[in-house]
Design a protein around this ligand. Structure first.
Ligand code: NAG
Ligand code: NAG
Ligand code: NAG
Ligand code: NAG
Ligand code: NAG
Ligand code: NAG
Ligand code: NAG
Ligand code: NAG
Ligand code: NAG
Ligand code: NAG
Ligand code: NAG
Ligand code: NAG
Length: 426
């Protein structure tokens, strides 16, 4: 799950809300793997290739821009399973000395130019901070399926990575799917920029099968439901220049905070309005568009009249046109801030509209999701079937208590198999 353009403010927020996890060690923890206190749980994990792979992936720290080690581990694992791995280099923008980050593409098709019909894809980076892996029973249950697998990335999205790898191995080993039909793609950078998926989108590798691919299955936490679509994104930047002065003589200055406050109140009031009342556009499928003024930066000290103030608002797009958004926002600000309107810098950026996905596969419950994903970073033909599915909840995904229920992780392998079958026309 990503917030794309507004990711900086979001990750700052998540850092702030997770200060109890801040003291945890950075970087990956050394082998051998950490043992679980409960030896029965330990052997449950050790006995399952899926659960062991999931644990091993989570134990390697892979905060965005630092995915080198987890990518190498995954590539090695896939090669041992007789996949041919192709790496795609993705640079760390502005840091030439950073290690070489790589997307991992894998297939058992040994031909020179594979033409998979279905691509299973997810991401190997996580939000900060690293939180080590642990496994324990939920307080109210001793059932195997209710064991909670905790740590950063257990949900978002290493559960999807481990389940997709397991799905591919089981389908290919059983002969139910042929080697030429299926490929895996695990990208870097989903949480902060989408640069890993963008690199794949631009690659010769993708160009060699972008006209023949039939389905792409994106892995993100959807609570085992099938996303029928997800909202788009837009952003709003508002700033003002005032004149700094000593607060004892405010008449000598002009407060930039006072200038932007009415505009922020205007933006903050949009969610409560229907489009007819001057609110943001909506749609029957995606519901309300929402605006979150999530970041304000202003002032230097309490006793100084602030000379500069700025704010950023993240908008979730549920319908309408870019112009409808801009018109509604500007009209509302003009209403609330008639005197300062002309002096404000108001910059509206419409990134992407809502995405439609295949959400009506038999056996799945469909639901619209509000968060944005890597789907924005790849172009595919209109007739390609795109799906979004995975175990675990987005509500714990970036938090200090991120976990996935063992039974949900295991069930997702069957879910991915049914989606592969939906593409291949089983
Ligand atoms: C350890 O796990 C087993 C099997 O799930 C369970 O029966 C047992 O109660 C657990 N012991 C503790 C101390 O949690
Ligand atoms: C990989 O392929 C070799 C040769 O065909 C085979 O012996 C081996 O069992 C395969 N390994 C896996 C994990 O599929
Ligand atoms: C990818 O990066 C590695 C390490 O920097 C380099 O050796 C390799 O040539 C690069 N591959 C491509 C295709 O640019
Ligand atoms: C650049 O990458 C190196 C090596 O990973 C790291 O030590 C350094 O902190 C990075 N610099 C910045 C500005 O992120
Ligand atoms: C345990 O509690 C969770 C909520 O934390 C609930 O969803 C689940 O159904 C409960 N399980 C049992 C077996 O009562
Ligand atoms: C392969 O397909 C058969 C028949 O539909 C099914 O019974 C079996 O479980 C499938 N195997 C795997 C690994 O999905
Ligand atoms: C496939 O890739 C080529 C080369 O990047 C591009 O010209 C073409 O438009 C792409 N086709 C689709 C359907 O994206
Ligand atoms: C959509 O906005 C209206 C106000 O116009 C509000 O009553 C309703 O609860 C909102 N719907 C959701 C799902 O938040
Ligand atoms: C207004 O804000 C945008 C976004 O930060 C910035 O690119 C632009 O230079 C600003 N314009 C003025 C006149 O300050
Ligand atoms: C605010 O001041 C900066 C620096 O003097 C200038 O670049 C910018 O255009 C000004 N912005 C507005 C909205 O007047
Ligand atoms: C799903 O929706 C598509 C497009 O509306 C339709 O063509 C297809 O038959 C539907 N599939 C099912 C299983 O309902
Ligand atoms: C993906 O690649 C195509 C070229 O094949 C390019 O036109 C497009 O802008 C790229 N990015 C996205 C998000 O579609």
């Amino acid at each position: 799950m990503t917030t794309k353009a507004m990711s900086l403010s979001f990750s700052l927020l998540s850092l702030l809300t997770q200060c109890n996890a801040q003291s945890l060690p950075e970087g990956h923890i050394s082998r051998p793997i950490a043992r679980q206190e409960n030896s029965s749980i330990e052997s449950i994990i050790a006995d399952s290739p899926l659960l062991s792979l999931h644990r091993d992936l989570v134990e390697i720290s892979s905060v965005s821009n630092n995915e080198v080690e987890v990518g190498s581990f995954l590539a090695n694992y896939l090669e041992q399973q007789n996949f041919t791995v192709t790496f795609l280099n993705v640079s760390v923008s502005g840091n030439a000395s950073a290690g070489q980050r790589r997307d991992v593409f894998a297939t058992r098709d040994t031909s020179d130019s594979p033409q998979p019909k279905v691509l299973l894809t997810s991401h190997i980076d996580t939000v900060p901070p690293f939180i080590p892996y642990s496994a324990a029973h939920a307080s109210n249950s001793t059932a195997r399926a209710d064991i909670r697998l905790r740590g950063r990335g257990t949900v978002d999205a290493k559960s999807c990575v481990a389940a997709q790898v397991t799905t591919a191995i089981e389908l290919l080993d059983s002969g139910n799917v042929s080697a030429s039909d299926l490929a895996l793609l695990f990208v870097v950078g989903e949480e902060n920029s989408g640069d890993g998926m963008s690199a794949f989108n631009r690659s010769e590798l993708y160009a060699s099968f972008n006209e023949t691919i039939k389905g792409i299955i994106f892995g993100e936490p959807t609570e085992g439901k099938l996303a029928t679509g997800h909202k788009g994104t837009a952003s709003l930047f508002i700033s003002a220049n005032g004149t700094a002065a000593h607060s004892a003589y405010p008449e000598l200055g002009k407060s930039a905070i006072s200038m932007i406050l009415p505009a922020l109140a205007a933006v903050d009031s949009l969610d409560a309005l229907t489009p007819e009342e001057g609110g943001l556009p909506r749609s029957a499928k995606f519901g309300n568009s929402t605006a979150n003024p999530g970041l304000i930066e202003a002032g230097t000290a309490p006793n100084v009249v602030p000379g500069y103030a700025s704010s950023q608002t993240s908008i979730r797009v549920a319908g309408g046109t870019p112009k409808q958004f801009e018109d509604a926002i500007l009209a509302r600000i003009a209403l609330f801030a008639p005197r300062t309107f002309e002096q404000l810098n108001i910059t509206f950026t419409y990134n992407e509209g809502p995405v439609d996905l295949v959400g009506n596969v038999t056996g799945f419950e469909g639901e619209v999701f509000n968060y944005a994903t890597d789907i924005f970073s790849i172009r595919y033909r209109r007739d390609v079937k795109a799906y979004l599915y995975g175990p675990g909840s987005i509500h714990v995904a970036h938090g200090a208590n991120e976990y996935v229920r063992l039974g949900d992780l295991e069930d997702s392998v069957e879910g991915y198999k049914r989606l592969v079958a939906d593409v291949l026309g089983d």
